[in-house]
Ligand binder design. Structure first.
Ligand SMILES: Cc1cc2nc3c(=O)[nH]c(=O)nc-3n(C[C@H](O)[C@H](O)[C@H](O)COP(=O)(O)O)c2cc1C
Length: 305
């Protein structure tokens, strides 16, 4: 019998549906037992998000400060053949529930010497978050064997508006003039192909999973135009997070004032740095072709595009 653990959290239900789609083929087989571990923050995050509340958690998220979770309903002594870690990106970082799980004693024992597939459902900027998760997994002695990423269908520019509107209103298409936010329904359904491939590998023999199972299946797509924006954005996020944390605790007035200044700065950053770096990347692409290909291949790992 093969044992698979799926660790998940979702506010809108989108990532849970993605995890269910991937896991459906695994659950169909008698030879595979799938356990689900839902992460529940001790103090639930609001959804839809109040405008300032959305940004109040920014420093803790970026600095990856774990927040209390309700007791994890899992036998942390059990050995799993595979752990699927489903997470969404918050501020170019893993979401706080995922960060908190990775900092827990249970994660330390569940993930040690265990193959992990990361499963991301986000707007479309996930590279830096995955770098942070990779570092945590490595520190825990886990083995990242595959990464699957599904992103919002409406595209980079439109999603800068559509996804926050979804977060603030709770509706995926709150106004007729905004494209629908979120991952395409057909893509969610088609994610079962990843579960098929995992099932084939798990049932092929009883050996530990050492190598990627999802190569050639389009598990990720790296948008090279966003690599520089993510790196610059992440550096700026880290500096601002330190500054905002120093101003006061999450609900303090001083942090609230700092956040308002920051939000204006962030809007300027999105409206300038993202298009400028994307344009520069495009213009300079012929000069840096080899380097861009190397970076794309690196970020696409371990599953590849
Ligand atoms: C506080 C917050 C910050 C977010 N930051 C990012 C981000 O930096 N990059 C990104 O691609 N998506 C970002 N998103 C979108 C989420 O990754 C995700 O697509 C959305 O929250 C729906 O996920 P869920 O309903 O499964 O929780 C953010 C969402 C929230 C709530």
């Amino acid at each position: 019998m093969r044992h698979v653990l799926v660790v998940h959290f979702s506010q809108t239900g989108q990532l849970d549906r993605l995890a269910q789609s991937v896991c459906a083929p695994l659950r169909e087989h008698d030879g595979i037992e799938v356990d689900f571990l839902a992460l529940e923050p001790a103090e639930p995050f609001p959804f839809p998000w109040p405008f300032l509340g959305f940004f109040r958690i920014f420093p803790e998220t970026v600095l990856m400060k774990p927040q209390p979770l309700l007791p994890l309903a899992v036998d942390s002594g059990k050995r799993y053949d595979l752990v699927i870690l489903a997470y969404q990106v918050w501020f170019l970082s893993p979401s706080l529930p995922c960060t908190s799980f990775l900092a827990s004693a249970e994660a330390a024992s569940l993930l040690k010497d265990t193959p992990v597939v990361t499963l991301i459902g986000c707007r479309n900027m996930w590279l830096m978050a995955q770098e942070k998760v990779k570092a945590r997994l490595q520190a825990l002695g886990a083995r990242l064997v595959d990464n699957v990423v599904l992103t919002d269908a409406c595209g980079t520019a439109a999603s800068f508006l559509a996804t926050p509107l979804w977060m603030f209103t709770g509706r995926q298409k709150p106004y007729s003039w905004v494209p629908r936010a979120g991952i395409d329904e057909q893509e969610l359904a088609a994610a079962s192909r990843f579960g098929d491939a995992m099932t084939r590998r798990l049932l092929a023999d009883q050996q530990p999973i050492e190598a990627p199972m999802l190569a050639g299946l389009g598990a990720v797509k790296v948008d090279e135009k966003l690599i520089a924006s993510e790196k610059v954005g992440n550096r700026s996020f880290t500096l601002w997070s330190r500054l905002l944390s120093a101003l006061g605790p999450q609900q303090s007035r001083r942090r609230g004032v700092g956040l308002v200044v920051y939000i204006v700065f962030l809007l300027c950053l999105i409206l300038t740095v993202v298009p400028i770096t994307a344009l520069l990347k495009k213009l300079l692409a012929p000069l840096f072709k080899a380097r861009i290909q190397r970076e794309k291949a690196y970020f696409a790992g371990p599953s590849g595009e």
